[in-house]
Design a protein around this ligand. Sequence first.
Ligand code: ADP
Length: 485
Amino acid sequence: MLNITDQQLIKKGSYINGRWLTSAEQIAITNPADGCIIASVANAGIVETEQAVVAAKAALAVWSAKSASERAGILRNWFNLIMQHQDDLAAILTQEQGKPLAEAKGEVAYGAAFIEWFAEEGKRVYGDTIPAPSADKRIIVIKQPVGVVASITPWNFPNAMIARKAAAALAAGCTFVVRPAIQTPLSALAMAELAERAGIPAGVFNVVVGSEAKAMGEVLTMHPDVAKFTFTGSTVVGKSLISQCAHGVKKVSMELGGNAPFIVFDDADIDAAVQGAMASKYRNAGQTCVCTNRIFVQNKVLAQFSEKFVAAVKELAIGNGLTAGVNIGPMISAEAVKNVDQLVQKSVGQGAKVVLGGKQDAAGANFYQPTVLTNVTNSMAIAGNEIFGPVSPIIAFSEEAEVIAMANDTEYGLAAYFYARDIGRIWRVAEGLEYGMVGINEGMISNSAAPFGGVKQSGNGREGSKYGLDDYLEIKYLCMGGLDK
Ligand code: ADP
């Protein structure tokens, strides 16, 4: 039993059309810190996923007809309730996902901020009038909600990846169905409970929890009532979901993998660079798509940066995320630990040197030691793959052009970071990096006012900011003629 104040936030199954599903077959949800079962939920499948889509379609007329201001009021209620229950939501999140409680609280506030932000931005869905080529015509552009939005979200941000999508969708007047990752459904269901209390009408926000990812994904990408599909997860799964969406020519947004470079130039503030690298690398035990994946350091400052960075990494406390002072929680599974370790060992075989960590931690099967590798080259396995774990490979470089080329030498293009003070260099590097987001002297870049998203195989579409609403709106052109009669 989860130890939280408001036990009503712990739900037993999917939320479809304002009703809670309870069925015979149960799935156990475990705490990755110790493997203990913390809850069980009813296993929904294809039928329930279809019911959720149909309910979202039925709810569309009423929700989209509300004024933006009415929707904003309801979304504001949702935001307020989430913040009022921040501690409980964070405790649920840490226990199903593993991240330290302080990070979980941060995630809840970060996700809620998108709801607050889009609630207001929904009031600014402006159209346009365009001078027409002849006097008897007028050209008007209006924007309308896309329709039913279906989504699949990952386990690394069980709250915020849903909030980021649902906030924009609901503010735009769309209705929403999400299938959260089966490792972390409790946060999603708690959000649904608060959505209901906030006054979000039945059918507008639906959560389907089930273990059959592929079959449920087929419904969410191919059901005729779905107008748009949005996904956060791996590039490999994203590609197959895009191809499924192609059958119905669905509108698609994708937040996929990353291989973020973190570049420290010789004119950087080294202490600030160390701090930025720590924040962007070790958050969530390295399990975010914007986590630093490769640290490039210019030769002149290599020794200085490495020494300070290793000292900072040594300070990280590993353990159960509920324990005060812990910075590194468990990874999501023993398999994830194995994958990270294989990458580390392969790189060691290729000539990398383990300066710190380098193996599973005594804290348990799902824990991996915060690790620093030196003598790494950009062609090693650890540099070419998304690590998704607490491992920092340090790669030396000498020239600006060389490091830009190395940073861009990946199919990914989500986040990049660099530290420098020379203004000419800052512009050259910022413009030269083939990434959707660039942190300049900053390791934490994501917030609700900014457009989050990638280029290349990291995806398309943006979440957050005024641009984020466009993904949930269709442009309609009205040509008004016969005005000269
Ligand atoms: P990761 O687990 O590394 O975050 P995945 O892309 O494997 O990345 O998973 C992201 C989400 O996609 C999860 O909710 C998962 O259950 C779901 N998923 C995985 N494979 C499929 C698939 N073939 N069809 C639909 N959903 C899938």
